[in-house]
Write a new protein. Sequence first.
Length: 278
Amino acid sequence: MSLKIFYLTTEIIPFANTSSLAAFSAKVPLLLQDKQHDIRTIIPKYGYVSERKYILREVIRLREIPFEFGEENVVASAKSAFIPKTRVQVYFLEDNQRFKPLTNLIYKAKNGRVLANNDMRFAFFSKASLAILPHLFWRPDVMWCNDWQSALVPAFYKQQYMDNEFYADMKSVLVVHNYEKEYLPIARNTFKNTGLEVPASMKKGVGVVNAYEAAAEYIDLIIAIDSPNNQVSKKLLELPAIKKKKSKVLTIKTSGDESPDYEKVAARIDIELQKLFS
């Protein structure tokens, strides 16, 4: 079965590269495209990314798309390109306030400190990515989220979009490559400020919510990418909200930290995506 896959990522080599997500996002979408899936990727347009070098093109219908973000009326625009030397399409989501000022560290300041507003910044990326979908004249079967940066997509989808006819019956998948505690807390005020309700299972407790637990409430499938030195699945299953949903958690073990077998990973993910529609 050929699927339409909307792949959300904040890193793709050569545009942005701070973690294993970047190489994965350059390799796996291409391998799935080779399996006849229609896969399109979306990434924030960071200010340092050269539009001329990577041939980013204006798309009239993707200019200044309005949507609500919490109590704000905002707009998002996107340009189109391809991962170099492939035909994997990339949409670059533009925002002069949230993405343009970022350095190639993306989530950190030049002094190495984690940026305080990461949760709001990437919540915007998550919702804007959903908002532009009808303007692509293309409707995906699967929304593929990666790591904490797009972990709120399932919440936005289930709370604000799924009752719209265009968005009906889409599946959401979260692939977790990294478990870095410094990035995972989402302030409860972030839910309020983005128009989201805190997941029911999380309403009691401290003032932050773990991004992966927030996703677990609404997601169709969580895929943990384990490597010998990075046991992501173990860390995920220690989280109460994910432990309750452990039937939705799949582990894919890779043999190497630096150069995993992307073909095997893509083949396994392909099988699991097909199961969502069987």
